[in-house]
Design a binder for this molecule. Structure first.
Ligand code: NAD
Length: 407
């Protein structure tokens, strides 16, 4: 567990937004408390017959704008404060993306990499069974997050269908295409972040060819690296939980993906050099945190040598670090805008399932692009008007939209 409580950071962000544009006290008080926190223990029988009790969570933060929506994280360090913070950010994020969705998040405290496939399936199905009465297409719609995959979503959708008879699949998003997943969902978070970056890069005077550093090489980070690479930018350093690789001429991203798939790490890549020291402090034009929260803090913020931070991860920058970067003129494109492409396409998946439709990838990305560009422009203009940072600008937009739905 991180020493910095992410839920306290989230509340501090709320208060800081209120400092630049005051909102009704009741609105802030209501949003400071989730509607419901569910936690318990799943009895997981390991393949060797051993019983392991796994703590699980679902936090339903707010549903004024629509069903609770948010991913499920399987991680050994996940705890209820982390899940609460992530659920809170989902409420704000769905409002920023102007989706008919509220905020929720779930998790289980376990390292899924230590489980066999059969154990992982038993755990995933048990997670859904434990929550079957409180989730549903009109109640709460989970999705993937760190260490959870389309296959896990398919197991959970099937478990829900068996328990309720609802086979639409609309209870959960991020499913494989064959069982009702949306085309484009796998790349949606990175794609959305890229559209936001494209919308903002000229306003912040970034060069035509950028040097990019990416922390985290999972779903979000890998797709983001590929997008920059294919558009001719140089991705000069990439890290994962085992280490980092660097090449100032630009890493060959398809080759790095192949290396990561083969060895499960970025270290040892022949097209780069293993990096000693922090990838966050490598000189670059765009730094993309795409791993976990609390990575950019008051300890390291002043050592960053980037022209922009683009937050694909949730909560990677602490409020103190925000101030240091704002003071240094480094824009931080906040998570609730930069990574909202994931939940936006998740919502498209939910819509398709409910209507029995299937949209083409072109349709999905065209809709996503319009949405991301619209919100990015609104947040940029709002933060300029309030003479504040993009995070406060995004919070203000979300709070205005939530205020009109308060009930
Ligand atoms: P993932 O599990 O696919 O990948 C996480 C990556 O981070 C892995 O490569 C892991 O090795 C790496 N990592 C973990 N600790 C690290 C560390 N200390 N230093 C460097 N790398 C580290 O997860 P993901 O789905 O890509 O999610 C990453 C972040 O993006 C999370 O904050 C998640 O909440 C956020 N996010 C993801 C989506 C999505 O659609 N996948 C949507 C919105 C937000």
């Amino acid at each position: 567990m991180s020493l910095i409580n992410p839920f306290e950071n989230a509340l501090s962000q709320l208060a800081r937004a209120n400092d630049v544009k005051p909102f009704a006290r009741d609105l802030l008080t209501r949003l400071s408390h989730p509607h419901r926190e569910i936690r318990g223990y799943i009895p997981l029988t390991r393949d060797d017959g051993r019983l392991q009790m796994v703590e699980y969570y679902r936090v339903q933060h707010n549903n004024w704008r629509g069903p609770y929506k948010g991913g499920i994280r399987f991680h050994p360090d996940t705890d209820v404060n982390e899940v609460k913070a992530l659920a809170f950010w989902m409420t704000l994020k769905c409002a920023v993306a102007d989706l008919p969705m509220g905020g929720g998040k779930g998790g289980a405290t376990i390292n899924p990499k230590e489980l066999s496939k059969a154990e992982l399936e038993r755990l995933s199905r048990a997670w859904m069974r434990a929550l079957v009465d409180v989730v549903g297409p009109e109640k709460d719609v989970p999705a993937p997050d760190v260490n959870t995959t389309p296959e896990i979503m398919a197991w959970m959708a099937d478990e829900y269908a068996q328990a309720t008879g609802d086979t639409t699949g609309a209870v959960i998003t991020g499913k494989p295409i064959g069982v009702g997943g949306s085309l484009g969902r796998d790349r949606a978070t990175a794609m959305g972040g890229y559209y936001v970056w494209e919308a903002l890069k000229d306003r912040y005077g970034l060069p035509r060819v950028c040097d990019v550093v990416i922390q985290g090489f999972g779903n979000a980070g890998q797709h983001m690296a590929a997008l920059f690479f294919h558009d001719g930018h140089r991705v000069i350093a990439v890290s994962d939980s085992t280490g980092a690789t660097m090449n100032t001429q630009g890493l060959d991203i398809p080759a790095l993906v192949a290396h990561k798939n083969a060895t499960r790490q970025v270290n040892g890549f022949t097209g780069g050099e293993d990096l000693v020291g922090s990838e966050l402090e490598v000189s670059c034009d765009v730094l993309v945190p795409a791993a976990l929260e609390n990575q950019i803090t008051r300890e390291n913020a002043s050592r960053l040598k980037t022209k922009m931070v683009l937050e694909l991860a949730n909560g990677p920058t602490t409020p103190e670090a925000d101030d240091i970067l704002f003071g240094a003129g480094v824009p931080v494109v906040p998570d609730i805008l930069a990574n909202s492409g994931g939940v936006t396409v998740s919502t498209y998946e939910w819509e398709q399932n409910k209507k029995g439709e299937r949209w083409s990838e072109e349709e999905v990305f065209a809709k996503l692009k319009r949405s991301m560009e619209t919100q990015a422009a609104l947040i940029f203009a709002g933060s300029q008007e309030l003479k504040t940072d993009l995070r406060r600008g995004a919070f203000v937009l979300a709070l205005e939209r939530l205020a009109t739905h308060q009930r």
